[in-house]
Design a protein around this ligand. Structure first.
Ligand code: ZN
Length: 461
């Protein structure tokens, strides 16, 4: 049976509308939208906005978030605690995680995402094999745990199995600590096929690929994978790029080109691509990336936590570049904090205010939400991010009666949500028309949290 959801105020593609009745068909797609219509039946809310896509997640890292905050020893080159010491801690955890652990960690994580207002996740999953580095009987076992966790909690899901083969630029052999990640073209394509088959009948999922980085793949390998799967059969292609200055230096030493420059010189980068981080770019790389139509996958809280640097956002926004947000290492699971820090980083760099606005909207919070929705939908390769006929009914009810937002309407409400206070303002969440969060609560959250605690007990030494 089709259902109706009514809201006093809803953010539609062309702006805010009053008294909006949304009809959702049996498949979970929006089939009709009426505005200026008195409430008649169905669910009734005050403020509805589209659910926000989270385009970059490494689910297993949820289990170690906050554990990389002790000062480490100086590296051999004299630099203090760095990304590379964090990566050492992460590898230690990685060695222990079994399929059922990943399911429970992912379930807890995805539940937290829903409660924060994310309605789809791009899961950049690179833990493929068992602890000995051998394939599981079903080679897609680990990615399937994430898919099944998303299905169980009711979160939209874009599978991004990671292609990982080498440990450095120029096809350097992989390291012992990377044995759970490594595939060749054939074994990787089988994982993708399995995920495509398993998610075929679920309209809340899609499947892309994620070449881990230019360190981890080379041109022939990535080309052969894209050719054998067929680019049109992929929801998206995501890659980590230019996150750290060391990576830029290593790429220059290897190829005499910077990472983003190298990628554009060797691949036809278009709207199907999502470049994760792209922190260190020259002005000409920034312009090229914006013109290409690809999406910049920005993860401001993780980039801050790891000391990566600042994305060239002012120039990129001025050039109308597409972008989206991701919670990446899950040091924070909240679109509000990602968007706030995206803007605050730019304020600190430029010593100005309201940097990431656009000619279309001068309200910074609204502009940030607009960008994250449009770019997020592209990076997931799904019809989401917009309250529009034919799109998934992925909807977030914002709690406008809370004192923090009381008396605010439309764009002022979004600005206040993003920039004022820290309590969660997400009241209810729909994914594909199914109400998965009601009054801030998920029906299975106690069981999921209990399973998660047991999993952590098992992972601790
Ligand atoms: Zn990442």
């Amino acid at each position: 049976m089709a259902q109706t959801i009514w809201a006093k105020s809803a953010l539609l593609p062309h702006g805010w509308a009053d008294s909006v009745e949304i009809t959702v068909d049996d498949n979970g797609d929006i089939s009709q939208i009426l505005i200026n219509t008195a409430y008649q039946q169905g669910e009734r809310h005050n403020v509805l906005i589209p659910g926000i896509p989270n385009v970059h997640s490494h689910a297993h890292q949820r289990a170690m978030s906050g554990l990389g905050e002790r000062a480490g020893q100086a590296a051999s080159d004299g630099t203090k605690d760095s990304f590379w010491t964090w990566r050492k801690i992460m590898y230690h955890y990685l060695d222990r995680i079994q399929p059922e652990h990943l399911f429970h960690i992912s379930s807890q994580l995805y539940l937290e995402m829903l409660k924060a207002g994310y309605t789809c996740v791009g899961e950049f999953q690179y833990l493929h094999h068992n602890r000995d580095g051998n394939a599981y009987q079903n080679s897609a076992e680990m990615s399937l745990q994430c898919l099944h966790a998303a299905e169980a909690v009711g979160l939209g899901f874009t599978a991004l199995p990671v292609l990982y083969r080498y440990s450095g630029f120029g096809s350097v052999d992989s390291l012992e600590g990377q044995k759970r990640f490594i595939n060749d073209a054939d074994s990787f394509c089988r994982i993708v096929e399995t995920l495509q088959t398993e998610s075929d009948d679920n309209a809340d999922t899609s499947v892309g690929i994620a070449p881990h980085s230019l360190r981890a793949v080379d041109q022939p390998l990535l080309e052969s994978v894209i050719d054998s799967i067929g680019k049109d059969n992929l929801a998206a292609i995501h890659i980590h790029i230019a996150e750290q200055t060391k990576e830029v230096d290593d790429c220059l030493a290897w190829s005499n080109q910077r990472p983003v420059e190298w990628l554009f010189n060797h691949f036809d980068v278009d709207q199907q691509w999502c470049l994760i981080h792209a922190t260190h770019m020259t002005d000409s790389e920034t312009a090229k990336m914006a013109i290409s139509g690809c999406v910049a996958g920005l993860c401001p809280t993780t980039e801050a936590n790891l000391g990566d640097g600042f994305f060239n956002a002012e120039q990129y926004f001025n050039a109308n570049g597409n972008w989206a947000i991701g919670s990446d290492s899950h040091i924070s699971i909240d679109p509000v904090e990602e968007l706030r820090w995206l803007e605050y980083g730019q304020r600190l760099v430029t010593r100005g205010r309201n940097v990431l606005t656009s000619p279309k909207t001068t309200n910074t919070g609204r502009n940030l939400i607009n960008g994250a929705l449009a770019g997020g939908a592209m990076a997931c390769g799904r019809k989401i991010g917009s309250i529009e006929v034919g799109y998934r009914a992925d909807l977030v009810v914002v709690n406008d009666t809370h004192p923090r937002l009381y008396g605010r309407g439309e764009d002022d409400l979004l600005d206040s949500w993003i920039f004022s206070g820290n309590e969660n303002m997400v009241d209810s969440v729909y994914v594909g028309g199914r109400k998965v969060i009601e009054n801030g609560v998920h029906a299975n959250e106690q069981q999921i949290a209990s399973n998660y605690r047991q999993t952590l007990d098992q992972l601790v030494d």
